[in-house]
Design a protein around this ligand. Structure first.
Ligand code: AMP
Length: 192
């Protein structure tokens, strides 16, 4: 089983690379951003709670995203593994994920971080906003705020995985295929 945390700021290419990874390795993609957007669209109670925070580029409370991930992992017990995308974003989420994994007798194989600088991220997200229609991708101040939230609240999660020797950093600027090849090399090393 391969369970990978795809780590990196918004706009680093996690969504693009996740698609390629799940196809090649037959894993289940768990993106908390996608799950939250589905809740907002369906106008569920959870969606209503998350909507405001998401539209401001702020993190939604840990217990909400942890609960969503727990449900998905529990309802996919036969999975070959999971790609966690956009989760964990805080140390509390990383700890909750480790607890969830050990309760299910599985573990995180490793974390792959896509490194992209702030200027490139802002450019990419605003470009994506033209196609995605995502409100939080369209306003420059908001986009910069999301990147800031990442560096302040989420970047420390890298140390959590470095301490466990489960952290690989990959340059996220370049050809999609070249980046994917590097990710595959890392994933293939987990099995050996
Ligand atoms: P993303 O699609 O990953 O960029 O997420 C979009 C928005 O959803 C973020 O700006 C947050 O408001 C919220 N979100 C997604 N994942 C998480 C998470 N793991 N923890 C807290 N908030 C999250």
């Amino acid at each position: 089983m391969i369970n990978i945390v795809l780590f990196g700021p918004p706009g680093a290419g996690k969504g693009t690379q996740s698609k390629k990874i799940i196809e090649k390795y037959q894993l289940i993609h768990l993106s908390t951003g996608d799950l939250l957007r589905a809740e907002v669209m369906a106008e569920t109670e959870l969606g209503k709670k998350a909507k405001d925070l998401m539209s401001k580029g702020l993190l939604v409370p840990d217990e909400i995203v942890i609960g969503m991930i727990e449900n998905k992992v529990k309802s996919n017990t036969n999975a070959k593994g999971f790609v966690f995308d956009g989760f964990p974003r805080t140390i509390a989420q990383a700890e909750a994920l480790d607890n969830l994994m050990s309760k299910n007798n599985i573990k995180i194989s490793g974390t792959v971080a896509l490194e992209v600088d702030e200027v490139e991220l802002t450019k990419r997200i605003l470009e994506r906003g033209k196609l995605s229609g995502r409100i939080d991708d369209q306003n420059e101040t908001l986009v910069k705020n999301r990147v800031k939230v990442y560096f302040k609240e989420t970047a420390p999660v890298a140390d959590y995985y470095k301490k466990q020797n489960k952290f690989t950093s990959i340059q996220g600027i370049g050809e999609v295929e070249d980046i994917f090849k590097q990710i595959c090399t890392t994933l293939d090393s987990y099995g050996s």
